[in-house]
Design a protein around this ligand. Sequence first.
Ligand code: FAD
Length: 594
Amino acid sequence: MPIYKAPVEEVLFLLNDVFAIARYNNLPGFADVTPDVLEPILAEAAKLAEEVVQPLNLPGDREGCTRHADGSVTTPKGFKEAYKQYAAGGWMGISSPAEFGGQGLPGTMTTIINELMVSANMSFAMYPGLTQGAIAAILKHGTAEQKKAYLPKLVEGRWTGTMNLTEPHCGTDLGLLRTKAVKQGDGSYKINGTKIFISSGEHDLAENIIHLVLARVEGAPAGIRGTSLFIVPKMLPNADGSLGARNAVSCGSIEEKMGIHANSTCVMNYDGATGYLIGEENRGINAMFTMMNEARMGVGVQGLALGEVAYQNAAAYAKDRLQGRALTGAKFPDKPADPIVVHPDVRRMLMTMRAHNEAARALVIWTSLQDDVAHRSADAAERQAADDHMGLLTPVIKAVLTDQGFANAVMAQQIFGGHGYIAEHGMEQFVRDARIAMIYEGANGIQAMDLVGRKLAKDGGRALQAFFNEAQGYIKSHDNEAMKPFVAPLGGALAHLQQATMWLMQNALAKPDNAGAAANDYLNLFGLCALGYMWCRMAEAAQAKLAAGANERMKAKLITGRYFMERVLPETAAHLARIQSGAGSLMELPAEAF
Ligand SMILES: Cc1cc2nc3c(=O)[nH]c(=O)nc-3n(C[C@H](O)[C@H](O)[C@H](O)COP(=O)(O)OP(=O)(O)OC[C@H]3O[C@@H](n4cnc5c(N)ncnc54)[C@H](O)[C@@H]3O)c2cc1C
């Protein structure tokens, strides 16, 4: 059986030593996460993840979800009880406002806890994950009545949520969608259409499911600007909040798929279902983006979470599996062979996974703190700067962390050799589960286009400039012997990013294919710089802790950081070279040649 240990000490290091969470005490909710509260919350979440949720991961994958003749769906054995514990613990609404039954803690806490739950069991964690997206959309765009009717139940976990965008003929290009909404005399709408690939669309964990459905109001303009978002409850709530009639929405089938077998991916049929507009007509895209930005960060965290659990299993196996002898002579002469952790090629994979995971977690926490500032600060300038940061970093986190999460799962599987390919150890499940995160919530190629096509130039490049200013300012103010192995390589990587940005400015406006051809490399180049900057921040904090006393974890941290700087960050040069080669050979073949 695979193992999992929640990285609580890592999280505490990041919150306390790297990002000094106490500095944010002026924001609502932050004063409540004093160290004496933070540690027990994380310990509780770790216990739930390790002892309740994780043991269901492998059996849940084997059993999968079952759709019955009446359209109902049952989740694998144990899921219902585990979900009950999750909801009873208040985890769903840990960051939701107290007026709706939440605990009002920083959103950063939810992000951190979600990493733990996904590592333990990605399929399970998706049920609450989508609910949190629905809560965010209703909070931001719902009327006071809608908030009162839906939020307390969703926050309590008594009801769950979904996001219904995709249709058979449209995924990326949602402007093509056909699901129709017709306004009724009472202000509600009748919804007709079919949605596919809807995660957690039908299940037995909660008494009601609140679908957020993107549809086109009769007579609306074509394209994405003619779409509106609707709340479509599975069970229509009565005025007193109790459950009323069954709505005309049903699960037509569940998809047979590569991974996340214990999460029900449903075809959802809307046959004249009653829906309630959320936000304004034809402005569905706004509400949808609230949900999608939330979900994109969440999916980035899935990449990190699977990369972490895969690493933990590979590291344990590498210390246990005896094969061959170290190149420098037997390290364990009393054993028939050395453990494979002595081999440099196995180390390469372990160090690559570890160096990425530690920086990725820092990037997620840094950005989540900015998200909290964007939502909770009283200072408009501070809110804007934080919002800029979020806009710029969200596609990077979504794509870079999920690509690496999958790469980590494959490397971890490789460390198991043939035992990673067979099902027994659970490593092939990590590979299968990690794969979807690169595809949904906007395939990673779309994230790259979002970064290059929208985010770079937005507001005259203000967000990118702020990132450069911060990283370059950091390099200048940390130009000392101890920090040189970190800030010098970061300086080189940032120079590559600057050259790539200049090249795009000079070559992409007149030739948009140059932007499209560069997008994936630019996103990865940006991601490496962001992760490199995180390593600088962590190295500084680790050096300070070491100066205060011996600390094996901090010594290991600095070695891992050096590995990233020496062996991962140099990839920026290859990305730059590819960007500067332009769209030429990439676009030259006519479509018929493929
Ligand atoms: C298991 C699973 C769960 C899902 N959960 C949900 C859910 O809960 N709710 C929901 O609404 N949807 C969900 N989806 C759908 C998912 O979000 C879509 O599959 C995804 O957005 C891609 O859409 P598509 O499959 O139609 O691919 P397409 O849009 O057909 O894209 C195919 C390929 O072409 C590329 N491409 C397309 N257009 C462009 C362009 N302009 N520039 C560059 N490249 C482009 C894409 O990057 C992709 O690689 C889920 C899917 C799966 C498999």
